[in-house]
Design a protein around this ligand. Sequence first.
Ligand SMILES: Nc1ncnc2c1ncn2[C@@H]1O[C@H](COP(=O)(O)OP(=O)(O)OP(=O)(O)O)[C@@H](O)[C@H]1O
Ligand SMILES: [Mg+2]
Length: 265
Amino acid sequence: MTDVLLTANHLSVRFGGVLAVNDVSFDVRKGEVFTLIGPNGAGKTTVFNLISRIYQPTAGDIWFDGRKLTAEPAHAIAALGIARTFQNIELFEHATVLHNLLIGRHTHRRTGLVRDLFFTRTAREAELHSRLKAEEVIDLLNLQHYRDTMVAGLPYGVRKVVELARALCTEPRLLLLDEPSSGLNVEETDDMAFWIQDIQQELGITVLMVEHDMSLVSKVSDRVLAMNQGEVLALGTPREVQTDPAVVEAYLGTIDDVSSLRRPA
Ligand SMILES: Nc1ncnc2c1ncn2[C@@H]1O[C@H](COP(=O)(O)OP(=O)(O)OP(=O)(O)O)[C@@H](O)[C@H]1O
Ligand SMILES: [Mg+2]
C-alpha cells in the first residue's frame, strides 16, 4: 500500500478513568488533506499527541511511511518528517519571526555538535540552507512585512501564520494542524484555507488537520474522520460525514446548526 503515509492501528489511550481515544484506526494517504472533527473532548488533540509521541498509546500502534512510529522517541519525530502546530500557539515570544523559523529548522539539522563547533563546510552549508528555506517560507506565506518583528508584538492572526511557517521550515512530509482557524476572523480563515491548499498542491505536503469550522473543513479536506468520546463515528468525504446521522446526533445539544461549527474566537 504505497499510497498510505500514516496508519493508526486500533489506537487507545487511557488517562486514569478516561478512555480519551478508544480503538481508533485510520489511514492518511500521501498528498491528501485528512481532517479530524468532533465535539470538544472527542480525543482529536490526543490523537495528535499520540502521533507526536507525547503520549504512549495504551494499545495499538502507528506507522509512518513503513516505519513503526510508536517505537520511535518523541525527539525523532521531526527528523522523520512530521511537523505540527498547536491548538494554543507555541512560539518564542521574544524572538523575531525569522528567528522563530530558524529555531524550528534546528530540529532538522543533520550536522553534529563537533562539526558545528568548528563550523565546517557542512555546517555552513546547512546554515545557509536553513536561511534560504526560512526566506522561502516567509515569501510563500506573505510574512515579509513581519520578518524582523518580535512575535510578542504581532496580532493573533499573524502568529497563527508564523506557527504554520515554523512547521513548514522543517520541510515535513506530514503536517499536523490543530485547529488552524481557531481565533481567526472570516477573512483570516479564508486566507488559511488558501495556505492549506497551497501547502497540499504546491508543496505536495500531506496534511492531517483538526478543525471545527465546517466551511474550512469542506473547502480543503479530501476526507474527514468524525470522532466522539474517543471513538470513530464516521469516515468519508466532507459531505458524507456532515450528513451522517451519528455525526449529527453527536453534535446535538452542543450546537444548533451542524453547518456552522465555528467556535467563538
Ligand atoms: N494528559 C491528559 N490527562 C488526562 N486527561 C486528558 C489528557 N489529555 C487529554 N485528556 C482527556 O482526554 C479527552 C480528549 O481530550 P482532547 O484534548 O483530545 O479533546 P479534543 O477532541 O482535542 O477537544 P477540543 O475540541 O476541546 O480541543 C478529554 O476528556 C480530556 O480531558
Ligand atoms: Mg483539541
